[in-house]
Ligand binder design. Structure first.
Ligand SMILES: Nc1nc2c(c(=O)[nH]1)N[C@H]1C(S)=C(S)[C@@H](COP(=O)(O)OP(=O)(O)OC[C@H]3O[C@@H](n4cnc5c(=O)[nH]c(N)nc54)[C@H](O)[C@@H]3O)O[C@H]1N2
Ligand SMILES: Nc1nc2c(c(=O)[nH]1)N[C@H]1C(S)=C(S)[C@@H](COP(=O)(O)OP(=O)(O)OC[C@H]3O[C@@H](n4cnc5c(=O)[nH]c(N)nc54)[C@H](O)[C@@H]3O)O[C@H]1N2
Ligand SMILES: [Mo]
Length: 748
């Protein structure tokens, strides 16, 4: 876009730098080996030249004076902040020796491999973990595994594949594609796509659809940019979305406005579902959720009667009591209306060209490391034996079980942690103090990051410096298109890419030989499943859509036999149909039909507590300029969002003597944190909305201050152990109780 004499490198943005769920095509401008600026690539079909503030600010991230550029060894006590620069050889040797000793004495399973959200890390971290022989791959402290996995699990069980609102993102000509049509209605459910890229979905796509006629329905306790442009806004009490979905199903089924042909031919268990939803009349749902029955009816009718229509949903669904059950109910809306894998409906999303980064499938794992390892992994994985859905769906540890196991040492002790791309204490974990106490006792902790943060300062013994996206080669298969990231500059200092680090460690720790000589060989082998390689993709501008008739291209794949291994028409489920009655849930000892479950802490469930803590706390409102706890040190971004802000209803604020801009405490039974109040009608009277991941990199990083994380991280008000029956959901990230009052003196 901009005229420049600098060398222009096309690439695909992902971590590290912009943070984000990534995938934007970008132009990295380079002069004398230095990045001068980053812009969006107009030719990339996903972002079409646009780039978020985090992407535009990557230069400030790469050259930030606080970036750690050399491996460090802790020389003082944990948290003292005393570090010594070491060579990579010393770092690798130390880690190799420690981890081998631990494996010998306690078994490989006693080492946990910890990541944060997707980013660019799933591939390298599982690769290393399996090479070492541990089954314990985890987002530490992500209570109830409340991000994405509950929704994925529900979709896997009910229709065998993931779906997403169809904004033409799977077609290279995008909005001009002949086979695509815009959704008539888009329901934006528990998500604010104006604030961030969500699981490979961009907010501006919705605006592009609106320009082409799409209308909106929003389901969100707060007002958002989208809700104010919606025909219907269902402003529910946080955590009651399961009831909303069941109420909408009730209306659609009882009024006979579902897609009868689709249900008859492609759905299993309709009569059982019909019976179940009778328990959820709109009037009953009004009592639970606060949403007027007639508004609920209106939303259900608009969605069902206008085909095609789509639903786009967010993380609060995962964090509901029984997240996988709420997700199941929502999937049934697009199923019974026949809005699945149709243009403008909920389209099935697959990894482009069938290329996967992670998790390596059991078949691949067996080829790589042998059948014994795979068998042993499943036996030892933390939480897998407690929760059949954890065992049978994805290779994660159950984090609520993990924290107990770290504390008790039962059934076996956790001895060490490899933390890569996660700020456990400063953003990810519920109840970070509990995690701090438990992890402080581990024998050995490695952190791979780019900056010191509360977790690395408090816990790490060795800090390994990772490369930014401009300093490494990588690839991206997450939904589509297939993309590669190109190394635009030489890494600063001694930084290495996550793949480089993990490949080297895997070679040292694996019990069987690792065949890859370098990272490029790993990347090319992964890409070979798509009959392409790194250089070919780079030459094409860094991205490519799958060829015609590839199963990863839409639409109507269930009719064309492109979803099942046996090549027969139908869905990839035991019955070959969309399972409204989920036989897999039944097999796992769960209710095969959806139901409503009240949050564990709420004005209804804990009436007495609500007298003391009368407001409902919902946390984790995304900021468009930060990715979780990242970016607080980046000047351009911090200027746009300088302090943590609690949104509170203006009339409630007035009644509490709180003015816009006052410093307030948000407090509950777990503790209190400090935020600046934003008094406005954004939140309804009963709700307070607080962002997560706040720490102040400009303050003292050593313990006990740890960059002020105890003062501002809202997770100090959350807890572990509220998971649903499946092991998923049921946390209090998105609905708990609190009170708010002014900080005396009003100062920071
Ligand atoms: N209260 C509350 N808490 C929440 C949430 C909420 O809604 N409310 N949301 C939860 C959710 S959904 C999630 S997914 C988690 C996310 O939690 P995390 O993914 O752990 O997010 P961050 O806290 O930003 O920590 C990421 C760390 O990785 C580093 N990093 C970034 N990119 C790279 C890279 O490429 N390589 C390496 N080696 N390091 C990198 C960053 O510098 C940072 O220190 O937080 C959860 N926490
Ligand atoms: N810029 C940026 N983008 C991000 C992230 C980031 O940190 N920064 N994080 C990424 C990650 S890992 C994730 S998981 C996603 C998460 O993204 P989302 O979960 O979609 O988070 P938000 O975009 O904050 O939208 C949540 C919306 O749900 C509403 N909400 C809160 N509680 C409830 C409830 O009980 N019911 C309903 N119906 N609505 C509720 C909130 O008011 C808010 O408007 O974002 C991803 N994208
Ligand atoms: Mo997430």
């Amino acid at each position: 876009m901009a005229k420049s004499n600098d060398q222009k490198v096309l690439s695909t943005l992902w971590s590290a730098g912009c943070g984000s769920h990534g995938g934007c095509g970008c132009e990295i401008f380079v002069k004398n080996g230095k990045v001068t600026k980053v812009e969006g690539d107009c030719n990339h079909p996903w972002n079409q030249g646009r780039l978020c503030a985090k992407g535009l600010a990557i230069r400030e991230y790469i050259y930030h004076p606080d970036r750690v550029l050399y491996p460090l060894k802790r020389v003082g006590k944990r948290g003292e902040g005393k570090w010594e620069r070491i060579t990579w050889d010393e770092a690798y040797d130390t880690i190799e020796k420690k981890l081998k000793d631990i494996r010998e004495k306690h078994g490989a399973e006693s080492v946990i491999f910890c990541q944060g959200t997707g980013r660019d890390i799933g591939g390298p971290i599982t690769f290393l973990m399996y090479a070492y022989g541990s089954p314990n791959w985890v987002q530490v402290g992500l209570a109830g595994h409340a991000c994405y996995t509950p929704r994925l699990g529900a979709m896997f069980a009910t229709h065998g594949n993931y779906t997403v609102a169809d904004c033409s993102q799977f077609l290279e000509k995008r909005y001009n594609s002949k086979e695509w049509t815009p959704p008539k209605y888009i329901i934006i459910w528990a998500q604010n796509p104006a604030a961030g890229c969500h699981d490979g979905f961009y907010g501006h796509w919705i605006i592009d659809c609106m320009k082409r006629g799409s209308k909106l329905i929003t389901i969100d306790p707060r007002s958002t940019w989208f809700s104010t442009r919606s025909e219907v806004h269902l402003q529910n009490r946080p955590g009651t979305d399961g009831a909303i979905a069941l109420g909408m199903l009730n209306v659609i089924i009882n009024e006979g406005i579902y897609d009868k042909k689709f249900v008859e031919k492609w759905c299993y268990g309709f009569s059982e579902l019909k019976k179940r939803v009778q328990e959820y009349s709109p009037e009953k749902v009004e009592k639970i959720s606060g949403v007027p029955a007639n508004l609920l009816r209106k939303a259900a009718r608009l969605y069902a009667k206008n085909k095609p229509s789509a639903i786009q949903w967010g993380e609060p669904v995962d964090a509901m009591p029984a997240g996988s059950v709420v997700a199941q109910a929502i999937t049934q809306l697009w199923s019974i209306t026949g809005n699945i894998d149709v243009p403008g409906g909920n389209v099935i999303a697959k990894n482009s060209h069938g290329v996967t980064t992670y998790p390596f499938s059991s078949a691949e794992l067996t080829d790589l490391y042998g059948a014994d390892l795979v068998k042993r992994l499943n036996e030892k994985r933390i939480g897998a034996n407690d929760y059949p859905m954890i065992k049978n769906f994805r290779g994660w540890v159950q984090p609520d079980v993990l924290i107990k196991q770290m504390e008790t040492g039962k059934p076996y002790p956790v001895k060490a942690a490899w933390i890569q791309t996660s700020n456990i204490l400063g953003g990810q974990a519920a109840d970070p103090k509990r995690h701090y106490e438990a992890m402080k006792k581990l024998d050995f902790i490695v952190a791979v990051d780019l900056f010191q943060n509360p977790t690395t300062m408090a816990l790490a013994d060795i800090f390994l410096p990772a490369a930014t996206i401009a300093e490494k080669e990588s690839f991206r298969t997450w939904w589509q298109p297939l993309g590669v990231s190109v190394k635009a500059i030489k890494g600063l200092g001694a930084v290495k890419s996550d793949w480089e680090i993990n490949l080297e460690m895997a070679k040292r720790l694996s019990t069987t030989p690792i065949k890859y000589k370098n990272v490029r060989e790993v990347i090319d082998e992964r890409l070979s499943a798509g009959k392409t390689n790194f250089e070919k993709l780079k030459a094409k501008g860094c991205w490519e859509f799958p060829p015609k008739n590839d199963p990863s291209r839409p639409y109507y794949r269930y009719e064309r036999g492109l979803l099942r291994k046996d090549g027969k028409p139908g869905f990839d489920t035991p019955t070959g149909k969309v399972e409204l009655y989920a036989t897999k849930y039944k097999e796992w000892g769960l209710d095969p039909l959806p139901y409503y479950e009240e949050p564990k802490e709420s004005p209804v469930a804990t009436k007495n507590l609500a007298k003391e803590y009368p407001l409902i706390l919902t946390t984790g409102r995304r900021s468009p300029v930060f990715f979780h706890s990242e970016h607080r040190m980046i000047p351009w971004l911090r200027e746009l969002d300088p302090v943590p802000v609690a949104e509170i209803n203006d009339e409630v604020a007035e009644s509490l003597g709180i003015k816009n801009g006052d410093w307030v405490y948000v407090e509950n039974t777990h503790g209190k944190i400090k935020m600046k109040a934003k008094a406005s009608p954004i939140c309804p009277p009963e709700v307070v909305s607080v962002p997560h991941g706040w720490w102040l990199p400009e303050t003292d990083g050593t313990a006990p201050n740890l960059f002020s994380t105890w003062d501002h991280n809202v997770n100090n008000l959350t807890s572990m152990g509220n998971q649903g029956k499946s092991g998923f959901g049921g946390t209090n990230y998105r609905s708990g109780l609190c009170r708010v009052y002014k900080v005396e003196g009003g100062k920071e």
